[in-house]
Design a protein around this ligand. Structure first.
Ligand SMILES: Cc1cc2nc3c(=O)[nH]c(=O)nc-3n(C[C@H](O)[C@H](O)[C@H](O)COP(=O)(O)OP(=O)(O)OC[C@H]3O[C@@H](n4cnc5c(N)ncnc54)[C@H](O)[C@@H]3O)c2cc1C
Ligand code: SF4
Length: 505
């Protein structure tokens, strides 16, 4: 595929099209694929670089800065929560772990009832989900593909009689089970935006420009006429300008990037909703030390889930989703307690570790805002979500012990070592005040949410801004609430739905 690279383009770059799409991740790529397929001229602007599989060298020190926003160090404004999301052609789909789940019926029902959103009936959405699953080759992981790490987890879940099961992924036979999904796939085994949707969008006539950061949408009254921004060099430093004149704009820069562009543009927002209602699915990890060699870095990651503590109905107090979460050595070392010889000794256990994450279907609402020109994220888990983090950490630790772990280590200040029932019961909400335990989030959503009431939402059920005639949102920003499960399939599907309904006036 031929991506135009902003770092090599003559400046100022000037283009025109029917639809300008900001961002090339799950939502942007699907919108480009669909709109170009309808015969519209499409230009996709992507802030990050264009990487090919042969460049994914499986080194954390190279891939984290290359593929992630803020070099892999994006944090909330009080620095207590690491928010990982992608930056590059294909967005976060390049380095995600390929889990695919449809939006749960309980969540869709809540969105219909609480937010008045029509068109979200299962009968309407199921064919769209099926279409996306077929396009991206979503299939369940086969039992013989279960890695030793996932098998240890399954052993613990089954020993406790908990609900669990195999997950489905968008990968195909090119996947050799290297275990490096989060650093990009050198074997091109992921059927994602980079491999499937963007090449097909380009075959259909779409233009994709990398290293091109959109700074603002140019508009007059209710109509956008262009997007403007900066061409970036290989270090992400502005080297020139661009303008893309257009009949419509799709914001698809992720729940952080899209809100940031909308705020920077000063799009009309009489009720100050843009950037609010941000959900993140905050997660905590615990590590079990086993006598056996688990070698958690080998094989397909995240193939099995525990849903015993995940009830997605409104008001639920079981909102923790537990799954394996193995980090590569640098990531593990950064959260392992101790320095020098103590850290070295702890890291010697690396091949014997089994690591589980508990991710919370969060009710906390954060906010994307601008501080000067800088995008900031405000998010502090409330008491109810801290209790869910504790529930998740406790039950994940129990699963590791049931699987045969000698002990379980929970990083934090101070770190905890858990061997007994009494020690499990000490994992309470109190341990989860900001900075006490390292928290990570990889699912930003909801910052430009859908709804029928402009006083409490940004876009309508078709994904169009209440205040604009020709600006749509086609990414995770759309979700009215947290969805509690991996979001990419929902984002691809809602982007398809929005793009299919987009009409040029
Ligand atoms: C480590 C990790 C693992 C994950 N694993 C899974 C998983 O297994 N299953 C799952 O469902 N989800 C997973 N996710 C989450 C999933 O990948 C994201 O929810 C999804 O890709 C988000 O789609 P999006 O379109 O909203 O944004 P993204 O895919 O993040 O794409 C947004 C793109 O827009 C670009 N952009 C932003 N601002 C601008 C701007 N101003 N101008 C131009 N471009 C801009 C960004 O650079 C980025 O490339 C994972 C995420 C991470 C970080
Ligand atoms: S596990 Fe499969 S999809 Fe993931 S990086 Fe390795 S080969 Fe690619």
């Amino acid at each position: 595929m031929t991506v135009r690279r902003g770092r090599l383009e003559r400046s100022p770059l000037s283009l025109s099209c029917d639809v300008a799409i900001v961002g090339s991740g799950a939502g942007g790529s699907m919108a480009a694929y669909e709109l170009a397929g309808r015969g519209l001229s499409v230009v996709v602007l992507e802030e990050g670089a264009y990487h090919r599989p042969r460049q994914f060298d499986q080194r954390e020190e190279h891939m984290l800065p290359s593929l992630f926003r803020e070099l892999g160090g994006q944090r909330t404004d009080d620095l207590s929560l690491l928010v990982l999301s992608g930056r590059g052609v294909g967005g976060s789909t390049v380095h995600n772990t390929n889990l695919c789940k449809r939006t749960a019926p309980e969540i869709l029902a809540h969105w219909r009832e609480e937010f008045g959103l029509s068109g979200l009936e299962t009968a309407t959405l199921d064919p769209l989900f099926a279409e996306v699953e077929s396009l991206l080759g979503v299939v369940p992981i086969r039992p013989e593909q279960l890695s030793s790490h996932n098998a240890v987890f399954k052993r613990g879940v089954e020993a406790l009689g908990h609900a669990g099961g195999m997950l489905s992924h968008n990968r195909d036979d090119r996947c050799i089970g290297s275990g490096f999904c989060e650093l990009g796939c050198a074997y091109d085994g992921k059927k994602n935006a980079l491999r499937v949707l963007l090449p097909e969008a380009m075959r259909r006539g779409a233009v994709v420009v990398s290293d091109a950061r959109v700074d603002r949408v140019v508009y007059d009254d209710r109509r956008a006429s262009a997007v403007r921004g900066r061409l970036l060099d290989e270090h992400g430093v502005p080297r020139g300008d661009f303008e893309v004149r257009c009949e419509a704009v799709c914001l698809a820069g992720s729940a952080i990037g899209s809100a940031s562009v909308a705020l920077r543009s000063g799009l009309p927002d009489p009720h100050q909703q843009i950037g609010r209602h941000l959900h993140l699915h905050p997660g905590v990890a615990v590590a079990g030390r086993f006598e056996e060699r688990v070698e958690g870095w080998r094989g397909i990651p995240q193939s099995y889930e525990c849903t015993e503590f995940l009830d997605l109905s409104p008001g639920s107090e079981r909102r923790a989703w537990i799954l394996p979460s193995f980090a590569h050595p640098v990531g593990t070392a950064t959260v392992t307690p101790g320095f020098g010889p103590r850290l070295l000794s702890a890291m010697r256990a690396y091949p014997h570790l089994g690591v589980l994450a508990a991710m919370v279907h969060d009710v906390t609402e954060g906010r994307v805002y601008l501080e000067g020109d800088r995008t900031r994220i405000a998010y502090v888990p409330g008491a109810s979500d801290r209790a869910q983090l504790a529930l998740g950490a406790r039950e994940a630790s129990r699963i590791l012990l049931a699987a045969g772990a000698r002990d379980v280590m929970m990083p934090g200040v101070p770190p905890a070592t858990i061997r007994t029932e009494a020690e499990l019961e000490e994992i309470t909400e109190e341990r989860f005040h900001p900075h006490d335990v390292p928290l990570t989030a990889v699912h930003p959503m909801g910052s430009m949410r859908m709804g029928t009431d402009p006083r409490s939402s940004v876009v309508d059920a078709t994904g169009r801004l209440h205040t604009m005639d020709n600006v749509w949102v086609t990414d995770g920003s759309l979700f009215p609430t947290s969805i509690g499960t991996p979001p990419q399939l929902s984002i691809y599907t809602f982007a398809l739905k929005v793009a299919r309904g987009l009409e040029l006036a």
